[in-house]
Design a protein around this ligand. Structure first.
Ligand code: FES
Length: 608
């Protein structure tokens, strides 16, 4: 259950937001795009984030007493990163002390460049008989002076005495949050990298990011090495059921793929693993379980309970990921067993649930993951669509590779767009299927219930002779040896019906209709290739103006990059599960009723 939200207003901007109890004033401000100054990442050590509480109250914490003067505390000043909201509040934000650097990410979002990984160059005082502080105390004191907290593990301590002395006590401390990742000789602040991974069931995308500039240094995608164990999540889980060795096999396959990508990224950019301090990873819940070698079996059966859904941070070497030996892997949280960190990445990248615009974000695949809402209220669900959109269980279906029909236009003749250009069509992929069915509906060769017309019903239609019989079933010929059968149309109806039902159930809960929607966002690689008009004609997405249906590309990967570049945005991602209500579709009586009602295709005169 989502708790009652509290209202907080920021002056002099007069901006108000509503947040779950316990959110800090610092993160709540970031939710609505108000940057409050900070150099410590919200850890209470820099003292830069102070605000004055005017209405409501927040107890002064230890960090407040350390960073603020007693008179300031008495006057209502608090560190916004420590002050949690437990009642409606108003506070005043001082002018920014510095202009934060920003980077523009995929969807035109401006992200404040403030990575979790920080490098601090220090010229330490050399020890003397009068100053016999330990190396680590010397470092810690210097970092505290700069506003950074620090925790050092024994593995970094091992390197410290030598580096300090060889470098004449001029060193760069590399911090991931408060963890000391490395001590480097001299000033290395100019070189700082991280990697963002989108671990998909089919494809992995890795982007090496320059954390100083916010730019991508190199990007690469490749097939998931788990492919030999099955194409989808369920077959991977089934393989994992063979015991711990099988889970280890799946883990090694995905880590192996990530390391192959890393090796290529390093080669392409000239960056070394030692300069890459953090990896932010998104993926569906099963992929993240397998990445950490955790048994995902319970995900495959009711009540679908994963081992974990929260964000996780572990040392990269624990799973053998080849970045800096003391670097970290950070995952984003999931919203539900089938709405994973990849969708949280997508929500982060698109700003759904943070803006006033009412939007629905749909990632179409074997499951349709759906997030609907705005800053006031947001809901998420997963609708089981089956493999039709991936070209499986379709007679001439194939994956979106060379030879697949990806676009169809029906006029006096059939015009096809085939992946690879001038190559013969070998089959049809998901986007081609959606296009073909939309075109068949427009051409009047398919009725709204999803039944093919008989050739004798449309004798004057220029394409009537393409309606043939295959194994006693009506079919439409698209190209030599490539056709769509009546059963294929039914498969598509079930797939789109399931997703459309998921959207409808969420819209009903929010009490909104298609007219209220500002935008429909199509995520995932399938969403990028889908023709928005066709998606609307077959009723996969609600009937809104076609220019409001927007393909948002690999938004999961964009979200991972954003979380890598900005700890504030990362914090927003961590808070999304408490902001977005998860709706379980199975077992809902309105799911079945709505499903039946959306199986048919919309009547064209009802599609604006
Ligand atoms: S003290 Fe640094 S952000 Fe609050």
């Amino acid at each position: 259950m989502i708790q009652r939200k509290l209202e907080v207003t920021y002056l002099p901007f007069d901006r108000t937001t509503r947040v779950p109890p316990g959110t800090t004033l610092f993160s709540a401000a970031h939710w609505i795009g108000l940057p409050i100054d900070s150099t410590c990442g919200g850890r209470g050590t820099c003292g830069k984030c102070k605000v004055r509480v005017i209405r409501g109250g927040a107890d002064a914490e230890t960090a407040d007493h350390r960073q603020l003067r007693p008179a300031e505390i008495a006057d209502g000043w608090r560190l916004s990163c420590q002050a949690r909201i437990y009642q409606d509040m108003t506070c005043e934000v001082p002018q920014l002390l510095r202009v934060p650097k920003a980077a523009t990410m995929g969807l035109g979002r401006l992200v404040i460049l403030d990575p979790n990984v920080r490098k601090v160059y220090l010229e330490l005082r050399e020890p003397t008989m009068e100053d016999q502080r330990s190396d680590v105390a010397r470092l810690k004191d210097a970092l505290t002076e700069e506003g950074h907290g620090m925790v050092a593990g024994v593995s970094v301590l091992r390197t410290m005495p030598q580096v300090f002395r060889e470098a004449g006590f001029r060193v760069t401390a590399v911090l991931a949050g408060e963890h000391l990742v490395a001590i480097e000789s001299g000033d290395t602040t100019g070189e700082c990298y991280g990697v963002a991974f989108d671990v998909g069931t089919t494809t992995l995308v890795g982007t090496l990011m320059n954390l100083r500039t916010g730019m991508a240094a190199s990007v690469l995608s490749t097939l998931n090495g788990q492919a030999p164990f099955g194409a989808d999540v369920i077959s991977r889980i089934s393989h994992g059921m063979n015991g711990p060795e099988a889970i280890q096999e799946l883990q090694e396959a995905v880590i192996g793929t990530m390391n192959t990508i890393l090796a290529e990224l390093y080669r392409d950019s000239g960056v070394s693993p030692q300069q890459t301090y953090e990896a932010v990873v998104v993926g569906n819940v099963t992929m993240l379980h397998l990445l950490f070698g955790i048994d995902p079996t319970p995900l495959s059966m009711a009540p679908f309970t994963p081992a974990f859904m929260d964000e996780l941070s572990i040392e990269a070497r624990e799973v053998g990921l080849q970045i800096h030996p003391h670097g970290y892997i950070q995952t984003l949280p999931a919203l539900g067993a089938y709405v994973g960190a990849d969708i949280v990445g997508g929500v982060l990248a698109t700003g759904v649930a943070r803006e006033d615009k009412l939007r629905v974000f749909v990632d179409v695949g074997t499951n349709g993951e759906i997030v609907l809402g705005n800053a006031q209220r947001a809901l998420a669900t997963a609708a089981p669509a089956g493999p039709a959109f991936e070209g499986s269980q379709i007679k001439c279906g194939m994956r979106a590779t060379v030879g697949a029909i990806e676009g169809v236009q029906l006029g006096d003749r059939v015009e096809l767009q085939v992946i690879g250009g001038d190559v013969p069509a070998e089959g049809i992929c998901g986007s081609g299927l959606v296009d073909a069915v939309a075109q068949l509906l427009l051409a009047g060769l398919l009725d709204y219930s999803g039944r093919f017309k008989k050739p004798e019903d449309v004798p004057d239609h220029p394409l009537h002779d393409r309606l043939i019989d295959v194994d006693g079933m009506r079919a439409f010929v698209l190209a030599d040896g490539v056709y769509l059968t009546q059963r294929d149309i039914r498969e598509l109806q079930f797939a789109k019906g399931s997703i459309a039902t998921g959207i409808k159930v969420l819209m009903d809960i929010l009490g909104v209709t298609a007219k209220d929607l500002d935008e429909v966002l199509l995520g995932g690689s399938f969403g990028s290739y889908l023709n928005p008009e066709s998606a609307k004609i077959i009723g996969l997405v609600p009937p809104v103006d076609v220019d409001r249906i927007i393909a948002v590309g690999n938004s999961a990967g964009e979200g991972a990059k954003i979380a890598l570049l900005s700890y504030r945005e990362r914090q927003v991602a961590f808070e999304l599960p408490s902001r977005i209500e998860y709706v379980e579709l199975s077992g809902r009586s309105d799911f079945n009723d709505s499903f039946i009602s959306v199986l048919a295709f919309p009547q064209l005169e009802h599609v604006p």
